[in-house]
Each structure stands twice: as structure tokens, then as C-alpha cells.
Write a protein that binds this ligand. Structure first.
Ligand SMILES: Nc1ncnc2c1ncn2[C@@H]1O[C@H](COP(=O)(O)OP(=O)(O)OP(=O)(O)O)[C@@H](O)[C@H]1O
Ligand SMILES: [Mg+2]
Length: 346
């Protein structure tokens, strides 16, 4: 039992484009145990909508989900979707924490793309810059005040209390990377609407990118290419995936075409990373999200990048009950953001 009730416990909430998920863990010693998880599918149009009526619908869905899950806390750590948040890693002068904060505030105009007056900016010190020994690497995130205010309002109106926000990419990388992993690793979450890429090393993110290509646009390309309905295209993608020998390689061809822009962006990011951190070979490639279970997709990545590929498992750092193991592993590629939020130390 937490001494200061209300602060010690919270759950993670991922308001994703294709589903809303929650995860609650309990720490016992060093180990975290899963005590609660829940998922409800939603339509991406609803989540992307800015209309107050749709916001209310989302609020009701979350309320139902939380009630059904019977979370032990009303405190919640919430995701900031990539489409709404800007995240960057920059080199800054080595300064005390106070001075660094001032310096970021002063330079904010040049660091973030949105107007400073209407944005909430947050930062975290990552460590020594690899390019200048007098500088440090700083992770900077910004999000519009109006989005945050609307989100807080919505969540407070359903009786919950927001204790933290975090960009999708940072949460999902925390969940997928084994806690003690130091080797340079790529983590890719291909969601319904967009994909998040993180390259991590020495226990922290070193490159973060959001790429506006997700499953929905891939399926659309396949459907246009083969002149078939979207539903059928989605079925084919999940049935045949990147197998060259199925239906005369038609799905393989359409799907490689559909993913080429995504991989081209990933290539650029890897090049940037390897240019910045000399002599760092990538060791692992974790892929998660809806696309990670497309047949032969992980194999395709392994061949393309010549590294070990694993399907990212949201429960990597959480011990799960034995009697729920199969159910949980079946959805392990959907829960990384919610699990990563739950694993935060506030
Ligand atoms: N077995 C399956 N068959 C068909 N579609 C599937 C299957 N598994 C996942 N998907 C699709 O994958 C997508 C869900 O991916 P994911 O859970 O990563 O999205 P999300 O987190 O809600 O989206 P985002 O990260 O963009 O907010 C949905 O579009 C869903 O239709
Ligand atoms: Mg997602």
C-alpha cells in the first residue's frame, strides 16, 4: 500500500487510432507484475476527429473500459500520439539543470516547430553528445496547449486524474526493450495510421521519428494496386503477407511497394544515427504494432537490414500470470504503449 495514496499508483492509458488500451502493474521489489489490462477497438476516424461530439464518444468509451477493468487507481498516465507531439534530440551546452531549462526556454523558437506561446514544452537530459565533448544531448518534446487542455478536461470529466503524459514512441520503447539492454537497437511500431521509430542505445532513446505511414495506407495501396476492396486487401495482407510464392507473388509485390516509403524513411534514420554515432552497429530490430504479425514481415526486415529481428513483446519487463499467458501473448504487439506508460517511474 502506498503511503501517499493517489500518487504511488496509476495505470497507463493508450488512446490509439485503432484501439484504446489500459495496463496496470504492481511493483514488488525489482519485478513488475501485471495486475490489469483491457482493450477496446475503436474506429480511427473517431480518434482523429476534432469534433466535440466525437471527443465525448471517446470519453464514454474510456469510461466504460476503466469501469469494466476495475482499475485500483484513478490516476492515469496518458499517451501523446505521434501526430500531436513533436519530439527531437538536440545538442546543447553543458549547463546546470536550471540553466539548461532557461536556455531551452530562450531558444525554444528555434527548437520546436509550433509557436512557443501556445505550446507545452518538456525536456530530459540524455547524456554526453557524441559529436562535441562540451555538449550534452537533450530530448525535447512539445505539444499544443489546446490539445493537452482538451485531453485533461476529457479525462478529468470521467473522474480520472492525469499524472503524466508521454509520447507514444518513448513509452513503447520502454516496454519493448529489455530493461538492461545497452546495445544499439531499432524499435519500430507500425500502427494503424502512423509508425514510430526509435533507435536506442545505452538505455535511452538516441533517435526518435514519427513516419506518417501505417497499416491503413499500406492496405489502401494494396487495394488500389490489385483493384480489390479494402476489406479484401486487408484479409490478403494478413493471410499471405510477404510470401513470394502465394497468389503468384501479387500480394508480395503490392505490399513491398506499399512499404517502400516507410523503409526509405527508416533507411535515412539509420544512416543519420550511424553518421552521428560512429562505429555503432545495430544489434536488434524490434518490430511491433498491427503490421508486425503480417506473415514474413519480420523476415523481410531481417533480410533488408541484416540484423536480428524480434516481434516486440509489450510484456518484456512485466511478469504475467501463467493462466493468462496465451491471451496476453496474442495481444503483445498491441500493448507496448500502454505497458510502457504503466512501467514509468513518475
Ligand atoms: N489479424 C489482423 N487482421 C487484420 N487486421 C489486423 C490484425 N491485427 C491487427 N490488424 C490491424 O492493425 C491495426 C492495429 O495496429 P495497432 O494496434 O498498432 O494500431 P494503433 O496503436 O491503434 O494505431 P496508432 O499507433 O496509429 O495509434 C488496425 O488497423 C488493425 O485493423
Ligand atoms: Mg499504437
Amino acid at each position: 500500500m502506498s503511503l501517499i495514496d493517489g500518487i504511488g499508483s496509476f495505470f497507463g492509458l493508450d488512446i490509439g487510432n485503432s484501439g484504446i488500451r489500459l495496463v496496470e502493474v504492481r511493483s514488488s521489489g525489482k519485478q513488475m507484475q501485471l495486475i490489469n489490462y483491457a482493450l477496446v477497438p475503436v474506429d480511427s476516424h473517431l480518434i482523429l476527429s476534432d469534433s466535440p461530439a466525437d471527443f465525448q464518444k471517446v470519453a464514454n468509451i474510456i469510461k466504460q473500459l476503466v469501469l469494466q477493468a476495475k482499475t485500483s487507481s484513478k490516476n492515469v498516465a496518458v499517451n501523446l500520439p505521434s501526430a500531436r507531439v513533436f519530439t527531437t534530440i538536440v545538442d546543447m551546452e553543458k549547463l546546470s539543470s536550471d540553466e539548461l531549462a532557461k536556455s531551452i526556454k530562450y531558444q525554444a523558437d528555434t527548437l520546436i516547430p509550433t509557436p512557443v506561446e501556445t505550446s507545452k514544452i518538456d525536456w530530459a537530459l540524455l547524456g554526453q553528445s557524441p559529436v562535441d565533448k562540451n555538449k550534452v544531448e537533450v530530448l525535447i518534446s512539445s505539444v499544443s496547449n489546446s490539445y493537452i487542455e482538451r485531453l485533461v478536461d476529457m479525462i478529468e470529466n470521467i473522474g480520472l486524474n492525469v499524472v503524466a503524459f508521454e509520447p507514444d514512441s518513448i513509452a513503447m520503447a520502454r516496454a519493448l526493450l529489455p530493461a538492461n539492454q545497452v546495445e544499439p537497437s531499432v524499435v519500430l511500431d507500425i500502427g494503424a495510421v502512423s509508425s514510430d521509430l526509435v533507435i536506442s542505445m545505452n538505455g535511452g532513446p538516441r533517435l526518435i521519428r514519427s513516419i506518417p505511414i501505417g497499416l491503413e495506407s499500406m492496405v489502401r495501396t494494396v487495394s488500389e494496386n490489385l483493384s480489390i476492396e479494402t476489406n479484401q486487401a486487408q484479409e490478403f495482407v494478413y493471410k499471405f503477407g510477404l510470401s513470394k510464392d502465394k497468389v503468384e507473388g501479387q500480394i508480395f509485390n503490392a505490399l513491398t511497394m506499399a512499404t517502400e516509403n516507410l523503409f526509405a524513411e527508416i533507411d535515412k534514420s539509420i544512416k543519420f544515427f550511424q553518421n552521428r554515432y560512429k562505429n555503432t552497429a545495430l544489434t536488434y530490430f524490434y518490430v511491433t504494432g498491427g503490421a508486425s504479425i503480417i506473415p514474413e514481415f519480420p523476415l523481410y526486415i531481417a533480410n533488408r537490414y541484416g540484423i536480428k529481428v524480434e516481434i516486440g513483446n509489450a510484456w518484456t519487463n512485466i511478469s504475467i500470470p501463467e493462466n493468462k499467458r496465451n491471451d496476453l501473448l496474442a495481444v503483445a504487439n498491441q500493448f507496448s504503449v500502454a505497458a510502457g506508460l504503466a512501467e514509468r517511474s513518475l
